[in-house]
Each structure stands twice: as structure tokens, then as C-alpha cells.
Design a protein around this ligand. Structure first.
Ligand code: FAD
Length: 500
């Protein structure tokens, strides 16, 4: 092999996490190369977005206008046939006390188009994008990652060197081990998903027609995402022990799940499943709820699904991917500019990222724990009270990681109590939502009053505000003794150096 080609930063993976980090680093004038093993546009699941990605991160990336013009379905929130109420109820972004306003919506996106827009945007911002180029292994020198070996489009092995490698290669990437940790799988979210696409189907009544619908049934739940008038994404989330049944008959398992879930069955009616082209197959994903014990090591950072993912239920994946891309870019930019030490900059990255992951993990666990009409194995197994102490302990340790700010969470008993009360709050809020049927505003106020919901919205709101309205003056550190974003949102600074 020839001498390695040199860059400031190598980003592996051209999904939302990689494109976000690469763009925000290249914007600072650094030489960034992004390796993507596929040729875009390529298929990916994860179609329902949250407002912080659309109005916060995409605006920082300068891609918001192009995304607006792409004609994606507008998503005002989520509709849920979930909990004890037989009728669907809504979680509308507009009714969050902080999110209300002209940007209180997100999109349902076909990921081929969305990811392609972000990757081409990265190239326009100066990132050297190399498709059909698969990273093979990290190169380490004296305990520090200093580059990697990849296979170019003709299959030739080549070496790259850089001050920093950002691993955004998703759940199937191979580099995460180079951060020195291990991947820990959640015992609580032991779900798998089987999903396909239908040529249309009914819509919820306006103004909720663009909402994602999540509908619980005895053996799990279904998502129903209106991507276009003639395209609906439908997936069943089932217990992992359904794997053999799915292996034997994917299509049959998806169809039976739809038949078992009245609201989705009625919406689909006799709409045909698409059987040709990119949307023509029934796909399966499993083992997707995990987090790595380390999110960075000298010379390498893990972001997006390369670091962690929880569960599809509240559309958190692309948010965590783009959020972590933004956090990592601030850290890389601060270190390359010689403003902060690696420990300080990446300590902030990891602390904030773990905190966001933990807040969502608790929220999603509370969501699964909510009282359902059914008492079947799927829902009983997802009661927080039935969680094994070891899983609680393992999760607490995982969340605490290198972040001392989360150390208070360590301890299975504390965590069980905390998750239990979050889920009781959420159930109570949703039940009151059903009772207060007069105005949607009253209903939603109940939901947003639940502390676990407020926690989930808080950091997302900050990101969205920053994208929508520019730098937030006088932002307080999120972590004890932590840093704050610089005025342009692209670096970290010590709180006393930030403009008041
Ligand atoms: P990815 O989008 O996976 O991108 C990683 C990229 O890296 C890929 O393009 C891949 O080709 C490339 N790559 C991999 N290995 C290499 C290599 N060795 N070299 C070079 N390139 C490489 N999220 C939501 O927000 N909303 C949803 O509704 C939603 N639904 C979901 C449903 C299911 C069943 C699952 C499992 C997940 C869902 N998600 C959802 C999560 C979402 O899919 C992910 O969180 C999101 O795609 C993560 O983005 P990423 O950029 O980290 O990774």
C-alpha cells in the first residue's frame, strides 16, 4: 500500500449522522473525507422525523430549504392507539409549550431522498464524498486512532490518515470496537421489526393525516407512516422470540399482525402491498436496541447508530443521529482549533449524548410500560416492574459511562423507582387526555405537564430554537461543570467565555 493520504478528519458513513458531522466540520475550513460503502441514493428505514432535526440541525447545515422543497409529508405529531383508551390520541408538536409556532412540525421522509439531500449538501460544503468505499479497519498508533484502511470502488485497499475519525457507519459498521468499548444490548427492548410498503391506504382525518400512527395490539404494535399519497410504510414490532415465525414467512407475519390490529387493518383496507423495486420486499430488523460502553477514544468518535439506538416507537433515531453529529462536530472543531483538550471537548460530547439517550430511554420505557387493554406476554414482559435487576444495573452503568453527571442514576432500585413513576405519570396524563375531550389544547397540556415528557422536549427545543432563530445568548451548561455552545453553535466554549 502507498503512503496514506492525509486529511484533518475522516467520517465513515453517509447517513444523517455522518453528513451532519462532516458538513459542520468542513464548514470550518477543515479537510474532511467521507467514506460511504453504498452508492446513494440507498434504502434505509427510519422515516418519521422530529422537529429538532428538520428545523434545528438541517437549518444549521443549510439544507432546510432543499428539504422543504422536496415535498415530504408534513407531520404535525404522532397519533397513538396506545394505553387503555380504545380511541387514538395525539401528541402534537404545536401544543408543546416551547415548540408552538411556525416550526412545530416535522416530515415523514423517504430516506433515499432525505439522506441523499444531506450527503450532496455535505459535498457542496467541501466534504470529499467517496461512495462505494467501505472502511475496513482502524489504524492505531501508540493507542491512538490515526486513520483507517478502506476498500475503494475497484476493491483496492487504501490507507487514510487524519487527526480524527468519526464513525457514523450505523448499526452494521465495524469500527466501533476501535473506541475500546463493548456493545451492550438492552434486555428491556428485545423487539424485532418486520415491515413493508403499501400503495396508498387510508389517512387519519385532517389535520392529523400526516401523523405517524402507532397502534398497540396483543402481540406488539404497528407503525403506519404516510410517506406519500401512494406510499405507506407499515411495520410490526414484535417480541424477539417471533424470529423463527418471521424467518419462515415474513409476509405472512406482517399480514397477520395487520389483521390483529383493527385501526391499521381498516386504514389499509384492500390496499396492495408493493412487490417490486426498492419498496417491494418485506424486510426485518432485529438486535437494534443497544449502546456502546464508550463513545470516544483518542482519535475516534462514535455517533448515530454506530454508538446507540433505542427503539422505533417515538421516532428518535434520526434525532439522536443528527444531534450526536452536531455534538461531535463541535468537539472536533474545538480540538482542531486548539481551543480545548480532547478530554474536555469529547467529555462534553459524551456527557450530553448519554444524557439525551438516557432521557429518551426512560421515556420510551415509560411508553411501553403504560397500561394497555391487553395483558399478553408482549406487554407483561415490557412492564418496568418486570425488568430484571441486572438489566437495570447494566443500563445504569451504561448510561453513567464516562459522564459523572449521570452517576446519580446508578443503582437498579433508584432506576426502577424512577422509571416506574415516569410511566405512572405518562399513563395518568394520557388517561386524563382521554377524559378531557373538549379541546385538543387541554388534552395536550396534560401530556406536556408530565415531567418525563418535559425532559424529552427540553434539549430538542434548544437545538430547534438555535437552528430556527440563531444563537441562544447566555445558554447555561447542560452538565455540571460543562461547556456551552459558541455563539455560532459550531464549537464549545467555557461558560465564562460565552457572551451573556
Ligand atoms: P445510517 O442511516 O444507518 O447510515 C450509516 C451509513 O454508513 C450507511 O449509509 C451505510 O451504508 C454506511 N456504512 C456502513 N458500514 C460502512 C463502512 N464499513 N464503510 C463506509 N460506510 C459504511 N428513526 C427515526 O428517526 N424515525 C423512525 O421512524 C425510525 N424507525 C425505525 C424503525 C426500525 C425498525 C429501526 C431498526 C430503526 C428506526 N429508526 C427510526 C432509526 C433509524 O433508522 C436510525 O437511527 C438512523 O438511520 C441512524 O442514522 P445513522 O446516520 O447513524 O446511520
Amino acid at each position: 500500500m502507498n503512503a496514506p493520504e492525509e486529511f484533518d478528519v475522516i467520517v465513515v458513513g453517509g447517513g444523517p449522522a455522518g453528513s451532519t458531522a462532516a458538513t459542520l466540520i468542513a464548514d470550518q475550513g477543515h479537510r474532511v473525507v467521507l467514506l460511504e460503502k453504498e452508492r446513494f441514493p440507498r434504502y434505509q428505514i427510519g422515516e418519521s422525523l422530529l422537529p429538532a432535526t428538520v428545523h434545528g440541525v438541517c437549518r444549521l447545515l443549510g439544507a432546510d430549504e432543499e428539504i422543504r422543497r422536496a415535498g415530504f409529508t408534513t407531520k404535525r405529531g404522532g397519533s397513538f392507539r396506545w394505553g387503555t383508551s380504545p380511541d387514538p390520541w395525539n401528541f402534537l408538536f404545536a401544543l408543546s409549550p416551547e415548540l408552538s409556532g411556525p416550526t412545530s412540525y416535522a416530515y415523514q421522509v423517504d430516506r433515499m431522498t432525505f439522506d441523499d439531500i444531506l450527503l450532496r449538501n455535505a459535498a457542496r460544503h467541501g466534504v470529499e464524498v467517496r461512495e462505494e468505499s467501505a472502511a475496513l479497519e482502524a489504524v492505531t498508533t501508540n493507542g491512538r486512532v490515526t486513520g483507517l484502511v478502506y476498500s475503494d470502488p475497484s476493491g483496492v485497499r487504501r490507507e487514510l490518515a487524519a487527526a480524527h475519525v468519526v464513525d457514523a457507519s450505523g448499526s452494521t459498521g465495524r469500527l466501533h470496537g476501535a473506541a475500546g468499548g463493548t456493545r451492550h444490548y438492552s434486555d428491556f427492548f428485545q423487539n424485532l421489526a418486520v415491515f413493508g410498503y403499501f400503495a396508498g391506504g387510508g389517512r387519519m382525518p385532517e389535520p392529523d393525516a400526516g401523523n405517524i400512527l402507532c397502534a398497540a395490539f396483543d402481540e406488539g404494535w404497528l407503525w403506519y407512516i404516510p410517506l406519500r399519497e401512494d406510499l405507506t410504510s407499515v411495520g410490526a414490532v414484535l417480541n424477539h422470540d417471533q424470529a423463527p415465525r418471521i424467518q419462515a414467512d415474513r409476509e405472512g407475519t406482517l399480514r397477520e399482525s395487520i389483521q390483529r390490529c383493527g385501526i391499521v387493518r381498516d386504514l389499509l383496507g384492500d390496499t396492495e402491498r408493493i412487490t417490486e423495486g426498492t419498496y417491494g420486499s418485506v424486510r426485518v430488523r432485529r438486535d437494534y436496541s443497544y449502546a456502546n460502553t464508550r463513545f470516544w477514544a483518542p482519535g475516534i468518535t462514535l455517533i448515530g447508530d454506530a454508538a446507540c439506538f433505542i427503539d422505533p416507537v417515538f421516532s428518535t433515531g434520526v434525532h439522536l443521529a443528527t444531534y450526536s453529529g452536531l455534538l461531535a462536530a463541535r468537539s472536533v472543531n474545538s480540538v482542531l482549533a486548539g481551543e480545548l483538550s480532547e478530554e474536555r471537548a469529547f467529555g462534553e460530547f459524551e456527557g450530553r449524548y448519554r444524557r439525551e439517550y438516557a432521557v429518551f430511554y426512560e421515556f420510551l420505557a415509560a411508553f411501553y410500560d403504560m397500561r394497555q387493554r391487553e395483558e399478553t406476554y408482549f406487554w407483561t414482559a415490557r412492564k418496568v416492574t418486570n425488568m430484571q435487576a441486572e438489566d437495570m444495573q447494566a443500563f445504569a452503568t451504561l448510561v453513567a459511562g464516562a459522564s459523572s453527571a449521570e452517576a446519580a442514576l446508578v443503582g437498579a432500585d433508584t432506576l426502577a423507582q424512577r422509571f416506574g413513576s415516569s410511566s405512572a405519570e405518562l399513563t395518568g396524563a394520557v388517561e386524563r387526555t382521554g377524559a378531557a375531550r373538549t379541546t385538543s389544547g387541554e388534552r395536550m397540556t396534560e401530556l406536556f405537564r408530565a415531567p418525563v415528557v418535559a425532559d424529552v422536549m427540553a434539549e430538542m427545543n434548544r437545538i430547534q430554537r438555535r437552528g430556527a432563530t440563531g444563537p441562544a445568548a447566555g445558554e447555561a451548561p447542560l452538565l455540571d461543570g460543562g461547556l456551552v455552545p459558541s455563539a455560532d453553535g459550531r464549537h464549545w466554549v467555557e461558560p465564562d467565555a460565552a457572551p451573556a
